[in-house]
Design a protein around this ligand. Structure first.
Ligand code: SF4
Length: 498
């Protein structure tokens, strides 16, 4: 009989085939960079939880990587005889094994009992967390641990970091004891099912579907989808197709050519028509009319931001979008184009200098074009709340914002966009000579975040920091120059190259 780790049982909960592949063909798994980033964040939050739950550093840490499973279980059992916090205590019983993030000793009727806390980097309790906690409770109780309670601690996104390393309020606990303790039979049934699935010599015949992304993107997707028919014009190019894509897939419709017209709204129909006909849609009159209300001089603005699960700057919240860079092009009524920019890679909180530089750069008048207004306006509103003396000026800039994305969505579509109006898709269609892929180092928002993190890391050399600075500046500058070019085409100031 096999003993299943908690992660294998969670794999079973997602898909029987996933468990089978985890057991027999682990080599086929390819985790996406976003899945790995989630693991890394989880690890970081887990380490911080040790400081939060053990401020006097009296606890013991089990490290299964260095100690090995047998010794980890043995030492965990030994430590239960003493009264100190235990981190990553391992238990193996009842056909499963699991490691508890936090075990805290308590007294009840003169007896030592344990309070278990599972720590997650999410900002709420998810359904799969409930399964996770049920397995933890089952394994610990089966191993004879006097478990008094089990909680799930997740990040409290409303908490503000007060600075000086004080992370006491970062985690919010949810007591799941009653629910977890009541699911013993359910967990036993998962273990029995896992035995059956893994003992099979052939992989379960399960097709790909919505479950492949829920609750996590499955690392076996490329393998499982290898023989799936590939659409020349995939249905997912239809904007906002959402759950309707699954309905179409159930009917065997994966290609735009087979989607009935009466299934589509006007914009989806436009994408279908112009994609299949390989023609450009451009409502030049409508676009020019949209822009006519906004005179020159005009500003073209873009932000770059960074998020931390564990805030590093006083006054910021977990997962808050912290602005560290902007680029601003200004087009005068005489046609002169000027550029200003801001970038702070000092490692200090860039928010206030960013806000002050932004207010200066945007001056007092003229429309402020952005691409996807919700993002920039939300950041300026947050800065206005955080810095009351700057509030009026920031709100005044917000009032001047004009969204180029909404005009692009309504007035323009090139088949090469493949259903997306991201500026990275629209720019090559409108101005093919401007290319993000020609940039050095930083070519998208994700890369900008990684570059920023590298730049502020204390181990990064001054030379490398300088290189990153140049790459970030060039990337953000292209974003706003792309908007200028888009504006020129939409306003009828430049010929559209098709
Ligand atoms: S990709 Fe989908 S079908 Fe394949 S193992 Fe993963 S969840 Fe199951």
């Amino acid at each position: 009989m096999r003993t299943f780790s908690k992660s294998k049982l969670m794999a079973l909960r997602q898909c029987q085939k996933r468990l089978w592949l985890e057991v027999h063909r682990r080599d086929l798994r390819e985790d996406s960079s976003s899945t790995e980033a989630i693991f890394q964040t989880g690890h970081q939050v887990g380490e911080l939880a040790q400081r939060i739950y053990d401020p006097e550093n009296l606890g013991a840490l089990i490290d299964v990587q260095t100690e090995g499973f047998a010794r980890a279980f043995e030492r965990s059992a030994e430590l239960l005889h003493a009264a100190q916090p235990i981190f990553e205590a391992g238990f193996s019983a009842g056909g499963a094994l699991a490691f508890a993030d936090v075990m805290l000793p308590e007294q009840q009727d003169g007896q030592r009992v344990w309070r278990m806390v599972e720590v997650k980097s999410s900002t709420s309790v998810k359904d799969y967390h409930r399964d996770d906690v049920a397995v933890q409770a089952f394994v610990a109780q089966s191993a004879g641990v006097a478990l008094q309670s089990i909680s799930l601690a997740h990040i409290d996104s409303s908490w503000t970091y007060p600075g000086d390393g004080d992370y006491c309020g970062l985690l919010k606990e949810n007591d799941l004891t009653a629910e977890a303790f009541s699911r013993t039979e359910e967990v036993k049934s998962w273990i029995a099912q896992a035995q059956l699935v893994s003992a099979s010599p052939v992989e379960p015949a399960i097709e790909i579907g919505a479950h492949c992304d829920t609750p996590f993107a499955c690392g076996f997707y490329d393998y499982c989808s290898r023989d799936e028919p590939k659409a020349e014009y995939p249905v997912y190019w239809l904007p906002y197709i959402g759950a309707k894509a699954a309905t179409l897939a159930e009917q065997g419709v994966i290609d735009l050519r087979n989607v009935p017209d009466d299934f589509l709204n006007a914009r989806q129909q436009r994408v279908k028509t112009h994609t299949l006909a390989n023609t450009v849609f451009f409502d030049a009159v409508g676009a020019a009319a949209d822009l006519a209300a906004h005179s020159l001089p005009a500003h073209f603005l873009d932000f770059e931001t960074i998020q931390f699960a564990v805030p590093i700057w006083k006054g910021t919240r977990p997962y808050q979008q912290n602005t560290f860079q902007f680029s601003l092009h200004t087009l005068s009524s005489s046609g002169q184009l000027d550029h200003t920019e801001f970038l702070d890679i000092s490692g200090n909180d860039p928010s206030e200098p960013f806000a002050r530089a932004l207010i200066t750069a945007c001056s007092q008048s003229g429309p402020v074009y952005v691409y996807n207004a919700g993002f920039e306006t939300a950041r300026m509103s947050e800065l206005a709340i955080r810095y009351p003396p700057l509030s009026q000026d920031l709100r005044a800039i917000n009032a001047r914002v004009v969204d180029l994305l909404s005009i692009a969505r309504e007035r323009y579509y090139h088949p090469s966009q493949q259903g997306s109006w991201s500026i990275k898709k629209v720019l090559p269609a409108v101005a093919p000579e401007l290319r993000y892929d020609a940039l050095d180092g930083v070519r998208d928002g994700g890369m900008a975040m990684e570059a920023f993190l590298e730049a502020i890391h204390p181990d990064t050399s001054a030379e490398r920091k300088k290189q990153i600075e140049q790459q970030l500046l060039a990337y953000c500058k292209l974003d706003t120059y792309a908007m200028v070019r888009l504006w020129q085409v939409f306003a009828g100031r430049t010929e559209l190259k098709v």
